[in-house]
Structures are given as C-alpha cells and as structure tokens.
Design a protein around this ligand. Sequence first.
Ligand code: 5MM
Length: 339
Amino acid sequence: MSEIENIAKQMIAKGRGILAADESTGTMTKRLSSINIESTSENRLKFREALFSAEGIKNYIGGVILYDETIKQKTSSGKTIPELIRSFGSIPGIKVDIGTKKLAGSPEEKITEGLDGLRERLAEYYKLGARFAKWRAVYNISEEYPSKLAIKSNAHALARYAALVQEAKMVPIVEPEVLMDGKHDIMKCYKVTDGVLKECYKELKLHNVNLKGTILKPNMILPGNKSKDKSNTLEIAKMTLKCIKENVPNEVPGIAFLSGGQTEIEATQNLNEINKINDTNFLLSFSYGRALQQSALKNWAKNIRDINNTQKIFNHRSKMNGLSTSAKWSMDLEKQLTV
Ligand code: 5MM
C-alpha cells in the first residue's frame, strides 16, 4: 500500500473521524463574536489548543483540519500545533482552498478558488507537518440551481486540487457540499447530490487521481432546512447510503460526512443510522466542524479559563460520534455527560 493510501485509511479507521477546525479568520470571528469573545489570534489559538489537547483526540479523532494561521502557531509549551496533534496520535491536515467567489457566467453561484500557487503552498504545508488537505466546493439548491456550469467548474477545480495534493504526497479530502438551505424536499437533495458526485468522479478519474488515496467529504441527503417535508432518520440514512453506493467508486477507502448545519445530536444520530444499514466496504465516518465544536465553544465562552469542562464536552461529542461510526451510539449514552 502506498503512503497516501495508508494515511487515508488511518484518518478514519477504528471508530475515528476528523475534526474540521479550519474555519477561516472571517468565519471564526463570526463564531467568537456570537459569544462575545474578541477574535484575536491569541483567543483563536486558546480555544483550538484546548480542543487539540483533549483526551477525545486520542481515541476518536484521526485527523484535524487546520487553517493557515493555526498550522503556523505554537502552543503555550512551545510545541507547534502539528506536533501537538501528532503527540495525541492524530494526523494534521490543512485547508488549502482560499474560499468562494461569484462564478463568472452564473454570478448567483459560487466557485472555489485557490489553485494559483497551490503546488508551492502544498510543499510549504508538507514541511510544516500536514499530511492531508481539504478543498470545499459549495452548491446551492433552488428551482434553477445548481447550474451545469457550477457543477462542472467546481468538479474540475476539485480534481485539479486533488491531483496536486497527491503529487505533494498528501491525501486530498474532496468536499463537494450541497447546502441544506432552502425549501426543497429530500428527493431534490438526492438528485442534486447524485449529479454533483457523478461529475466529481468523472473529473477525478480524468485527472488520474488515485482514488485509494482520497477521502470524500459529502453532505448527507437531507430535506432543505425550510422544507415542509420532515424526513425521519431511517429515510435520511437510506437515501444517503443509496447515493453513496451509486456514485462512489469502490476504490475510495472512506467517506467522512460534513454536518452542514445539523444540530450536534442530529449529525450523530444520522451517522449512527447510516452505519446500522451500511452494507458496503466503505468506512463511513465524520468530518464535523460545528457538530463537534458548538457546545464546547459555548462553554468556553462562559469562562475561557475553564479548559477542563470545555474539554469534557468536546470529549463527549467526539466519543458519541466515534460510537456512531460503528452504530453503537444511543440516546441513553448521549445523556451521560455531566458538566
Ligand atoms: C470548519 O468550517 C470549515 C471552513 O469554513 P470557511 O472556509 O467558510 O471558514 C468548513 O469547510 C467545514 O470544514 C465544512 O463545511 C464542514 O463543517 P460543518 O460545520 O458543516 O460540519
């Protein structure tokens, strides 16, 4: 097995998932302002260091996605952030897209940018300790969107990114996110995600990306957040698994779902249900941002010196999600946290 194939497996093997802590400074500022904490580089580091040095990382988090600022920061004890993550048995990774812009030709939609100079940036991130990378494309659902143009251009960019990441000896996380904003029903989400995944794998193959050394980070198949149609967990699980089976080539070792605005418990419960009915060889895991951090961040906001309880909450969320990767989560276990 090649080095990147090995890394891809390690990131989500044995009940582990990925912590998406790659909020850009703009997003992190929104998150911190909403809890009345000043978004300084020191505060961003304090919160992240609390999470990265929590026990939950050791057992349940196989990889941590970092932002450019964080991968270059040092902890209070002088270790670099990648060294800290490594010392907890997890693999450091890096977000390498530089965000979304209006898509020329269809300005209501978004194209993800960051390909210029990417080869050089990847070499630098490798030296800093990153062994995987992430690039996120976003697609909006409405009557007319996503357009063919948005689907094709984002898939093309994802494939060019993935090929460059493998050339740099790292694992690309391929993240095409169909957003849950809107009134659409679950079937519409299925159809759009189906089209998006088909185009992504067409482009990844065209660019000779070794699929065994990749991880897919897709959305689950859900009704829109303003939909009248309320799907149950089993329906979400069945539709999500069907979409994966029909579109993801068998060589892909694993899939790490994003949470996309679901509550912490919804994200855990849905993944647990997907794993209950998983009859594939794919490792089906998580790569959550908000669904791993929300409660921990709220607690930290009450008292930024209360690292202990912040870590306790994060450890619990990590454990619940870890259990959901083997369908062993339950609401009773969920309630066992006391802070
Ligand atoms: C953690 O947030 C990531 C970065 O967002 P911005 O570039 O907008 O600041 C984001 O890509 C995240 O990794 C994915 O959306 C998954 O996070 P959720 O919260 O949806 O699980």
